[in-house]
Design a protein around this ligand. Sequence first.
Ligand code: F6R
Length: 243
Amino acid sequence: MRIYEAKDYQEMSRKAANILSAQIILKPDCVLGLATGSSPIGTYDQLVEWYDKGDLDFSEVRTVNLDEYKGLDRENDQSYYYFMHKHLFDRVNIIPENTYVPDGTEPDSGKECARYEELIRSMGGVDIQLLGLGHNGHIGFNEPDSSFARTTHCVDLTESTIEANKRFFASADDVPRQAYTMGIGTIMRAKKILLIVSGEAKAEILARAFFGPVTPEVPASILQFHSDVVLVADSAALSKFSR
Ligand code: F6R
């Protein structure tokens, strides 16, 4: 595993964007696995800046997102589809048909998850998967005690995730209770993983994920077994790492 320490969120974002840009330049028709949340916003802003300068071309890039709330449609401003268009897709020359997010409006979980998993497979797999880290160690919506083997599936969100995400909704009652997510098995099949982590509030869980035992209690700990992981974190997030 390679660890890059950044001094703050902005530097973390620039470094992560550098790594994603390198992927796009080396393989213009690459498959990017993307994430939502507060961690990647600066990374997307940086990619857009380089696109605006003419340094990046997304015309052949394909993307698959990690997850989506079940029950939210694309127009809902809390859907991850909406987030991705707002922060990245609508700001660069990516072809909308080349971007994929699980369909939160499909009520049949088995059908949607099988379709999404097959879609990723048919694209040849994910070249680089961008991940954020949940306060409870989740990746995607794979909450503690998820099976490491699972592929895309429907999850019941934990109270701590509902609590963490309620800031985006009118109230905790409005946060959807379920989501479709790539499973840990899906994530682990990505050829490369790029994990970005910022802030002191994540320091302890980050140290547990990378220096603690590999256990379903900390879903991100499985990344210790991936052969190509890059962690880009700011100093605050790395403050509990023993050097
Ligand atoms: C987002 C996702 C989540 C977030 C995680 C961290 O698509 O799958 O696992 O990456 O909850 O969220 P932030 O970045 O908001 O702290």
